[in-house]
Design a protein around this ligand. Structure first.
Ligand SMILES: N[C@@H](CCC(=O)N[C@@H](CS)C(=O)NCC(=O)O)C(=O)O
Length: 285
């Protein structure tokens, strides 16, 4: 059995799949794709890649010639394979409905408007970084090319607009409420189950690991350590201590990723930290 993964270094959905690969102990051939919003090459819009994934997005898995797309489907597929580790990411003895709903809500699901679920409320906090990369790496000509070529018309339009305008802050502010409410729900859930989201490690912990890591990128990770969320603090420590966190996420941060993140976010906490922390305090009291 041969696994070929098409993925990107800095991509939430790719991180989820890589962490799943590590958790299962599966080895794969890695095909890193230079995304059109992060590199002038825009390899996800090349005819070769579009033949694999007609939507022009990552990740995609080639399993002995069978193509699987969408991070949730890929992780489910990986879970049906046996790797070096005895790990079941979808245990039969945990609450199946909860697992389904939370996996769905922590994925960047197509068609779900930004900010509706936790999985679509976290990426807007990094729009400022995408905005920066589009401006830095794409020429005007390339931005128009992305606009014409991107199979997801809305994204093509979005990236083109980013070349000329800054569109970050208002979008992120809309997401405060969903992020705050989701963190409180996770906290309550951990209070009753723990140490992982549903007691034992499962697919949902992979998604939350990646979502929480994205909060680190955008300098919002202190929200995971506030006194109102003591169980989340412990849970996040536990997630970070897994080898899959290093191998599936941290090891893919190169000079470019770290440099761009530092240029945009610097070392200071995010301006969203305080309002978010206040909101959580208010909801909890
Ligand atoms: N629902 C998809 C979303 C995939 C997705 O949006 N991938 C992003 C990276 S996280 C991407 O390919 N962006 C590049 C682009 O849209 O051009 C999944 O879960 O796999």
């Amino acid at each position: 059995m041969k696994l070929k993964l098409y993925h990107a270094r800095w991509s939430l959905c790719s991180q989820m799949v890589r962490v799943a690969m590590e958790e299962k102990g599966l080895s794969y051939e890695s095909n890193l794709i230079k995304l059109c919003d992060q590199y002038s090459e825009g390899e996800n819009l090349s005819p070769e890649y579009l033949a694999i994934n007609p939507k022009g997005i990552v990740p995609s898995l080639d399993l002995d010639g069978e193509i699987v797309t969408e991070s949730t489907n890929i992780i489910k597929k990986l879970n049906s394979l046996s790797g070096e580790n005895d790990m079941d990411l979808w245990p039969a003895d945990v609450d199946q409905e909860k697992l389904n709903v939370w996996v769905e809500d922590t994925t960047l699901t197509d068609g779900v408007p930004l900010g509706k679920t936790l999985g679509t409320a976290i990426p807007p906090f990094s729009l400022i970084l995408i905005n920066f990369m589009v401006k830095k790496y794409l020429s005007i000509f390339q931005a128009f090319k992305v606009f014409w070529k991107h199979p997801l018309r809305e994204r093509g339009r979005f990236f083109l607009v980013m070349k000329f305008f800054n569109i970050q802050k208002p979008v992120a502010v809309r997401c405060h409420k969903v992020l705050a409410k989701s963190l409180i729900e996770i906290e309550r859930n951990l209070e009753n189950s723990g140490p992982y989201f549903l007691g034992k490690f499962s697919h949902i912990d992979i998604n939350l690991m990646c979502c929480f890591h994205r909060l680190t990128d955008v300098k919002l990770d202190k929200i995971l350590e506030i006194e109102e969320l003591p169980n989340i603090k412990k849970y996040w420590e536990l997630l970070k201590s897994r080898e899959s966190y290093k191998k599936g996420i941290l090891d893919f941060f190169g000079e470019k990723e770290n440099g761009d993140i530092e240029s945009v976010f610097g070392k200071k906490d995010s301006m969203h930290l305080e309002p978010l922390a206040k909101m959580i305090k208010n909801y909890k009291s």
